[in-house]
Design a protein around this ligand. Sequence first.
Ligand SMILES: NC(=O)c1ccc[n+]([C@@H]2O[C@H](COP(=O)([O-])OP(=O)(O)OC[C@H]3O[C@@H](n4cnc5c(N)ncnc54)[C@H](O)[C@@H]3O)[C@@H](O)[C@H]2O)c1
Length: 407
Amino acid sequence: MNVCVIGLGYVGYPLAELCASKGHKVYGIDLSKKKIDSILKGIDPIEGKPIQQKFEVSTDNPGFVADSDVIIICVPTPVDKLKNPDLQPVISASEYTAMNLKKKSLVVVESTINPGVMEDVVKPIFDKHNLVVGVDYFLAHCPERINPGDPKWNVSNIPRVVGGLTSKCLDKAYDFYTSILSGSVMKMSNIRTAEATKIVENTFRDINIAFVNELAKSFSFLDIDTVEVIKGASTKPFAFLAHYPSCGVGGHCIPVDPYYLIERAKTKGFDHKFLKLAREINNSMPAYTVQLLIDALNDHKLSLNGTTIGVLGLSYKADVADLRESPSLEIINLLKKKGANVITYDPYIESDASSLHGFQLKCPFIILCTNHKQFNDLDFDKIKILIDGKNMFYDQRFKFTYRGIGR
Ligand SMILES: NC(=O)c1ccc[n+]([C@@H]2O[C@H](COP(=O)([O-])OP(=O)(O)OC[C@H]3O[C@@H](n4cnc5c(N)ncnc54)[C@H](O)[C@@H]3O)[C@@H](O)[C@H]2O)c1
């Protein structure tokens, strides 16, 4: 088959490579010239490695859509500054597809969307072009679950769920995904349940993380070590799932997706109090982390204003270069607002210091925001205060001032 992937980021790029590896003719479209240039040079735009599978790419080529039997939309679904879902990329990719679609093609949205988007936002775009769903074309949603940097679960073996606008749409999408994936594919009874499944998975994580973040704050009053408690509770072999506190929740999914459900339910008259509270707690963690530093500096009779603070690790998770929604950004913002001089270092992202050694020469007072493996090489003799936003060195005992989150 001919497959066109629209949006070649963390989700779309590995998917396009997978489709090519299965013998499909693959086209890739991405608005980012930088990504397209990288692919044309033979460099994977996500991991910076030599590409495994070649396929045709462009920033704009309607012919790619027109020549495809399957079009897969993998564009971002962010929130704006006020945390309102921004569906514009999904809308414009759908319009681009509808304008150029050949009859009988399958269109799949893999982007994370709130329940109702396929029926109320995406389908009407095709209606405008007089395309009848289930007859002229087939429309489905198969939310992606990829976990960048995960050594076990990848684009091919992660089990998936799929929903279709009609039963024919569902069957077509199911047949396509079972032909490219080694993981199982579950048919959902309607498209809304497929949309809701992905949002629920990520909201589940957000709520559980909020719970342990709140415990971290509470247990600091009660002088209880939160991490040890979670490890203790994890010895129960059923009905407990460990989540750990940290300086905040980042990435394009967990801190974003709950807003998609909150907003959708609001338009239908339901107020998701619990989800909003979880977001509020997790959003408070960067400020909580900065307060730990202020208290530690105070113990040293120092003020944050005018002091140089090292922010170690910028990406939202270990050993990846993804800065989206990273708590480090808010931590830096708060530190600067309070008059600190900030020096950053991240081995994966352009930052102030060019090496860990150079960073440590300038920064005895550190907030660690990401647990990159490289930080195991920290020279502890050079540290006066370490606020460990990821509890990376939780097990160790230090002579300098050390504060984890919840211990
Ligand atoms: N990153 C993850 O780990 C992950 C995991 C599962 C699901 N998702 C979901 O998948 C979707 C994509 O996420 P991502 O992380 O791959 O995003 P990304 O930002 O890495 O990639 C999206 C790409 O789409 C391109 N794009 C935007 N609008 C476009 C348009 N109209 N036409 C063509 N290209 C366009 C962007 O330039 C970008 O390269 C989101 O809905 C996200 O929530 C992401």
